[in-house]
Design a protein around this ligand. Structure first.
Ligand code: ADP
Ligand code: SF4
Ligand code: MG
Length: 330
């Protein structure tokens, strides 16, 4: 590598598609059904960077994150981590990758085994990866992790039911951090939490990012949550990225009508800014993931729809430096 050559992104995804088998249809079962969960997704995440991934429920956000972590099979496309292709990584390689890439789950109530003490939960990855020999050796590193995420000193000896939602999410974060990963998929980490404690958890993730040079794929279903933590934001609709840009570009000068619709739902403290924002109201049904339409997937809800939108898929094209959008009429 020459000195002027940029280092490769930490995570690189090219033309990723994930389809789930959904059985057969038709009188003779002649039609094989598949859920078009993710289709043709391209993205990059650099070391220490947060890419926000935003879209409504069912748009393919979790599947994208899990595909990168190699937790769901990739139907087509390619994925690289630290410049090495991992699209077809086998079981052993995926186990090794889990030292570097971790998942923080959406639901802190469902993701912690209720029968295990917190020390067992947080020590497990350390023991599985052979970094400590037993629970006794794990005690000190686990105590440090629990303190770092702001939990009380006796937390390790207690069971998940003793903790609030916000504290459980801190436990999940401590477990994800145990192996000192470089990349975390945070899948709606605050969606299940009370509004009053969301900011605390987001701030913790932000502090940890600075401390450990962590990169995040931070998933959320609305734009309000990702604003402060994201460097760039990708907007997903019905399995596709419809806009990807720097954080300020998304908030101040969105291109895609769906991005605008999501933004109209975000309260702005400054009334003139709120008034100046183009308001996009959309109605209608989301496309059927088993039979997505030809052309733009937002067509059934878009106030700007034209004939071309029903015939051809708009490509994700660069509009401003670093701002890409897929729309024929913007
Ligand atoms: N394991 C699975 N089997 C079948 N369909 C799935 C599976 N996981 C997700 N899906 C479907 O894929 C689509 C995208 O889901 P998901 O990635 O969970 O969306 P999001 O995280 O944005 O809510 C949805 O239609 C969902 O029902
Ligand atoms: S391509 Fe057409 S339907 Fe799709 S977002 Fe743009 S204007 Fe709307
Ligand atoms: Mg999800």
């Amino acid at each position: 590598m020459t000195p002027t050559e940029p280092t490769p992104p930490l995570v690189q995804v090219e033309d990723l598609s994930v389809y789930f088998d959904a059985g057969r249809a038709g009188f003779w079962g002649q039609e094989r059904l598949k859920v078009h969960a993710v289709e043709g997704v391209n993205l990059e995440i650099r070391a220490g960077e947060t890419l926000g991934l935003v879209g409504e429920s069912g748009s393919g956000k979790s599947t994208t994150g899990r595909a990168i972590l190699r937790r769901v099979p990739v139907s087509s496309g390619r994925i690289w981590f630290r410049g090495k292709e991992i699209t077809h990584a086998g079981r052993e390689e995926i186990r090794g990758l889990s030292r570097h890439m971790q998942l923080v789950f959406q639901d802190p109530y469902a993701s912690l085994n209720p029968r295990l003490k917190i020390i067992d939960i947080v020590a497990e990855p350390l023991i599985v990866h052979g970094l400590v020999k037993n629970l006794h050796e794990a005690a000190a590193p686990v105590a440090r992790l629990l303190a770092r995420v702001g939990l009380p000193a006796d937390a390790g000896a207690r069971y998940p039911h003793a903790f609030s939602g916000g504290q459980r999410q801190r436990i999940g974060i401590a477990r994800a951090l145990a192996l000192k990963p470089e990349f975390i998929v945070a899948d709606e980490p605050v969606s299940a939490l009370d509004v009053s404690i969301r900011a605390q958890v987001v701030n913790l993730l932000q502090d940890l990012q600075a401390e450990y040079d962590l990169a995040y794929l931070f998933i959320a279903h609305d734009l309000a949550v990702v604003r402060h933590i994201s460097h760039r934001i990708a907007i997903m609709y019905a399995g596709k990225i419809v806009e990807i840009a720097g954080r300020d570009q998304i908030y101040d000068a969105p291109v895609h009508p769906y991005t605008e619709a999501l933004l109209s739902a975000v309260p702005v403290p400054d009334p003139p800014v709120q008034r100046a924002r183009r308001r996009i109201a959309y109605s209608g049904e989301a496309p059927d993931p088993l039979h997505p339409p030809v052309g733009c997937r937002f067509q059934s809800r878009c106030p700007l729809v034209s004939q071309q939108c029903r015939e051809k898929t708009p490509p994700l094209a660069e509009r401003q430096s670093g701002q890409w959008a897929a729309c024929w009429n913007r």
